[in-house]
Write a protein that binds this ligand. Structure first.
Ligand SMILES: *[C@@H]1O[C@H](CO)[C@@H](O)[C@H](O)[C@H]1NC(C)=O
Ligand SMILES: *[C@@H]1O[C@H](CO)[C@@H](O)[C@H](O)[C@H]1NC(C)=O
Ligand SMILES: *[C@@H]1O[C@H](CO)[C@@H](O)[C@H](O)[C@H]1NC(C)=O
Ligand SMILES: *[C@@H]1O[C@H](CO)[C@@H](O)[C@H](O)[C@H]1NC(C)=O
Ligand SMILES: *[C@@H]1O[C@H](CO)[C@@H](O)[C@H](O)[C@H]1NC(C)=O
Ligand SMILES: *[C@@H]1O[C@H](CO)[C@@H](O)[C@H](O)[C@H]1NC(C)=O
Length: 667
């Protein structure tokens, strides 16, 4: 059927009008869209190229992952090379190390970089332009601030590359690629002028990708091959995590305004609680008020705000919440909802404990560890990498289905930002005597008193595949008390030296400080006695310690050089307290430093007195501390070989190349 319409009829003009009404917005939308595409073409191309990278990029990723071993004072000899599967280099004295960077504006980072690498590097090659890769004019920051680097002047090889406005069809990739060619030329000219026996090690990376001095030392001394690609997260200059739990129920003792925010990078709010329903995580009324204030306060101080789920009383239903695929999905949604609702930067899982009974009435399954991992993987996928995911753990790796510590836990390290090993509340028994609350080591303790330590925990977790840079050492700002008869408390007749591991009276547990409450029924309905713990501040308040943390007259003190923890004893009350002080915290900081751990976490922020402990552990992580326990040789990072370095900079293959991070550009 054909319909003929007379265009002059009223019907036809009505249709024309309708057509216009539709057409005009359509044209507007198309114009707006084209405008968007044209004005954002760089970003769109970029997004497309990143998204499709797996399709066009060559498969030149890591062929082999090599564990990297490092200990303080380690000699770079054939043994060190052998540990990495390499041989010691011959003609070590003929090696020059060149560091090459393309300078944009990062003056501070460049200064940190040069200071870190100065002792290893022979020349710093710097190329700078007066325009960005996108062709916008910029200052020549290095040239303008060159006197700031006068300390390194003799080593600096600087080249200015005139910038230009991009021609049509040119992209930032062209400019970046051209800049790298200029660097190659600069390096080549320099290398060619060297005596022929000289070989060179070229470091190429972005300015903020700073390899550690000892990594370069190792590569200088060992025959690692033609090129090597350092895995950024393991060789990064420093990314110390300094964290604590903020216990909402102690807000009166430590209001948010008196938290020492500047000492921490992340703060964990304790606790949200599991419920029988995976679709619901409980945040009790008072926390619903305090938690948002906590997040605001943390953000105001540039500290990441994380929420801890679980804890001793809140872990009852973790097992069933992750017990089936359906429950895990519901639990993922609940966690994501909390992150969104409270504007959180992270979630800390304080499950006490997967595969093991905690308080007494937790749901427990032999599949807990496997289910927890599946849950975390789903959660990571849902939340992306921007949210910090952590888990507080026992000193032993989570148990497998047969209740033995898992032999391979590396998948957990891939999904979590880090684990926090709770190296405290370490067991004591009346028969073996009062032991340290938080031993750094227990190798020299009597064999029946080796209930776990930072050292043994680190060994166990790393042996199971957890990289040291995913491990945060948990440290207590409190001690545990025991009733020790004075006849047993001393090791000598003059009553001046405290005995180690003295027997104590089990059914005469001291009450502890005022934070312990009076005891009562727990969430399982069982009676729980007061815990007998003493926060560090309470040792000052209750006259064990002076205001500066030193020991009061009339109180006996012993520093146990095996566990690296102190004891105090009051003969009048017959109370012995094994705790942590500034000296033991400095030792713990040193332990974090020499083992290249990710950082430390203290329970709890309000436990300190006048920042004595937090200052000590922070100082230890930077400056180290004298210790009696020997550092354990630990795998501390991972190196990967790859051919991409040669592709990025085309240098003659007789020179070794070291690349850090990844380059996303064509050519
Ligand atoms: C950069 O410097 C060159 C030569 O010194 C000059 O010709 C050019 O205009 C400058 N470019 C910009 C974007 O300032
Ligand atoms: C899943 O969650 C429900 C509660 O919603 C619980 O009854 C059930 O036992 C859980 N499933 C598993 C396998 O734990
Ligand atoms: C643990 O997982 C295995 C394999 O998925 C399953 O067969 C078994 O029933 C689970 N056990 C429990 C107690 O849930
Ligand atoms: C040491 O303490 C014991 C037990 O309290 C006591 O009998 C003894 O007299 C004390 N010795 C000295 C030298 O004070
Ligand atoms: C920091 O540590 C160093 C090295 O152990 C020590 O000499 C220094 O006194 C410490 N500083 C403070 C403030 O504790
Ligand atoms: C600990 O101190 C004792 C007594 O002072 C000493 O004999 C021992 O060698 C020390 N142990 C260590 C590991 O330094």
């Amino acid at each position: 059927m054909v319909t003929v319409l007379d265009v002059n009829t009223p019907m036809a003009s009505l249709l024309r009008l309708k057509f216009k009404v539709i057409l005009i917005p359509v044209i507007l939308v198309i114009v707006a869209f084209l405008h968007f595409v044209i004005s954002n073409q760089y970003q769109i191309k970029n997004a497309l190229s990143y998204a499709t990278r797996p399709l066009w990029d060559e498969a030149d990723g890591p062929k082999q992952v090599i564990p990297h071993y490092y200990a303080e004072g380690m000699r770079m000899d054939s043994h060190a090379c052998q540990l990495h599967g390499w041989t010691e280099r011959e003609g070590k004295t003929n090696i020059k190390v060149f560091d090459s960077v393309l300078m944009s504006s990062e003056l501070d980072l460049l200064e940190i970089r040069m200071n870190e690498l100065d002792s290893m590097v022979d020349n710093f090659f710097i190329i700078e332009s007066n325009a960005t890769f996108t062709g916008l004019a910029k200052e020549t920051y290095f040239a303008k601030n060159r006197e700031r680097f006068s300390k390194f002047e003799k080593k600096i090889v600087y080249s200015f590359l005139p910038g230009y406005v991009l021609a049509p069809g040119q992209t930032a990739w062209h400019v970046e690629s051209g800049t790298r060619d200029a660097m190659t030329l600069l390096l080549r000219n320099h290398v060619h002028a060297l005596p022929s026996v000289t070989r060179s090690l070229v470091i190429m990376s972005d300015i903020d990708e700073i390899p550690s001095k000892h990594s370069i030392d190792l590569l200088k001394n060992c025959e690692f091959g033609e090129s090597i690609h350092l895995q950024l997260r393991n060789f990064l200059y420093s990314s110390l995590v300094s964290t604590a739990w903020y216990a909402g129920w102690h807000v009166e003792d430590q209001p948010l305004s008196s938290v020492s925010w500047s000492k921490y990078t992340v703060m964990n709010y304790a606790f949200a609680l599991t419920t029988p329903d995976p679709g619901e995580i409980s945040v009790v009324d008072s926390d619903q008020i305090l938690l948002p204030q906590f997040v605001t306060a943390a953000h105001k101080h540039n500290v990441k705000a994380s929420l801890s789920i679980g804890g001793w009383t809140g872990s009852r239903w973790f097992s069933s919440n992750v017990g089936s695929a359906q429950n895990r999905t519901a639990f993922v949604k609940s966690v994501a909802w909390l992150v969104k609702k409270y504007n959180l930067d992270g979630i800390d899982f304080d499950w006490e404990y997967p595969g093991k009974q905690g308080i007494g009435c937790n749901v427990v399954s032999p599949n807990d560890t496997a289910n927890f991992l599946s849950f975390l993987q789903e959660l990571r996928q849902g939340l992306g990498t921007g949210v910090i995911l952590t888990a507080a753990t026992d000193t032993k790796p989570f148990p497998d289905a047969s209740d033995a510590p898992s032999a391979d836990i590396h998948a957990l390290g891939e999904v979590l930002d880090y684990i926090i090993i709770m190296n405290y509340d370490i067991r004591s028994t009346p028969s073996t005597g009062a032991g340290p609350n938080s031993p750094l080591d227990d190798k020299c303790a009597p064999s029946d008193n080796q209930f776990g330590s930072a050292q043994s925990a680190l060994r166990a977790w790393t042996n199971a595949g957890m990289p040291p840079d995913r491990i945060v050492l948990g440290a207590p700002m409190y001690g545990r008390s025991y009733r020790v008869p004075s006849s047993a408390a001393f090791a000598d007749d003059s009553n001046s030296t405290l005995a180690s591991f003295p027997p104590y009276i089990l059914n005469d547990q001291p009450t502890g400080d005022r934070w312990n409450g009076h005891g009562g029924l727990d969430v399982c309905g069982s009676y729980e006695a007061p815990g007998g713990s003493y926060a560090f501040w309470s040792l000052v308040e209750e006259s064990y310690l002076n205001l500066d943390g030193t020991v009061k007259d009339g109180i006996s003190y012993r520093y146990d050089n095996c566990s690296e923890t102190p004891y105090v004893y009051d003969p009048k009350t017959e109370i012995m307290i094994t705790y942590d002080d500034a000296r033991s915290f400095a030792a713990k900081g040193d332990f974090v430093k020499v083992n290249n751990l990710r950082g430390f976490a203290v329970w709890e922020a309000a436990g300190d007195y006048n920042n004595l402990l937090i200052n000590a552990i922070l100082n230890g992580t930077v400056n180290g501390a004298p210790r009696t326990t020997k550092p354990l040789l630990q795998p501390s990072a991972t190196a990967m070989s790859s051919a991409s370095a040669h592709r990025a900079f085309s240098l003659p293959a007789t020179h070794w190349i070291l690349a850090i991070g990844a380059y996303y550009f064509f050519g």
